[in-house]
Design a binder for this molecule. Sequence first.
Ligand SMILES: CC(C)(COP(=O)(O)OP(=O)(O)OC[C@H]1O[C@@H](n2cnc3c(N)ncnc32)[C@H](O)[C@@H]1OP(=O)(O)O)[C@@H](O)C(=O)NCCC(=O)NCCS
Length: 170
Amino acid sequence: MLTHVVTYAPEEPVHDADIEDINKEAFGPGRFTRAAYRIREGGPHDRNLSFVAMNGAYVVGSVRLTPILIGTTPAMLLGPLAVRPAWKKQGIGAALMRKSIETARLAGHKLIILVGDEPYYAPFGFRQIVGHQIEMPAPVEPSRFLACELEPRVLKDVQGRVRHADSGGR
Ligand SMILES: CC(C)(COP(=O)(O)OP(=O)(O)OC[C@H]1O[C@@H](n2cnc3c(N)ncnc32)[C@H](O)[C@@H]1OP(=O)(O)O)[C@@H](O)C(=O)NCCC(=O)NCCS
C-alpha cells in the first residue's frame, strides 16, 4: 500500500523538529542525562552520516552519528536511533542502522561506539567493549557499552576520555 512506502535520505535541518518529537517519545525527559547525550551536547552530529526514514514528507525514524574522540582516536558515536511506535517492527530500524554504518565505512571511519542493547545491535556488528580503559562522561552499564570495528582490531589500543570531536583536548 502506497501509504506504507518508506524511503531513506540523509538528514537535513528541515527534519529536526520531527526527530526531536520521535526522540522525546522514545526516550522521554531522562534522555538529557544520559552519557551519550552529554557527548552530543559538545557539538553537532554529522548529517551526511545521519539518516531519516520517511513516509512522504513525514519522518518515521531517525539515526544520528556524531564525531567523537576517544583519547586521541577519532571515532563515531551512534544514536539516538528511534522509530515511531506505529512504524516499528518493519525493518526500519535495521535499514537505518545499515545505511549509517555503511556510509560511515565508505567515508573512511574505522570505529563506531554506542550505548544500547546488545541483542538489538549485535546483528550489525556491535559487541560489548571488554576490559577497556575508555572513560565516558557519565556512568554506563558495561553490558550496554558497545563498539563496531569497521577495521579489524582497531579498538585494541584505544583508550581515554570520550568527548565530541569539536571539543578537542577539553
Ligand atoms: C529499537 C528500535 C529503533 C527498533 O526499530 P524497528 O524499526 O522496530 O526495528 P526493526 O524492525 O529493524 O527490528 C525489530 C526487532 O527488534 C527487536 N527489538 C527492538 N528493540 C529491541 C531491544 N532494545 N533489544 C532487543 N531487541 C529489540 C524487536 O522486538 C523486533 O524483533 P522481531 O523482529 O523479532 O519482532 C525501536 O524499537 C525504537 O525506536 N525503540 C525505542 C528507542 C530505543 O530504545 N532505541 C535504542 C535501542 S537500544
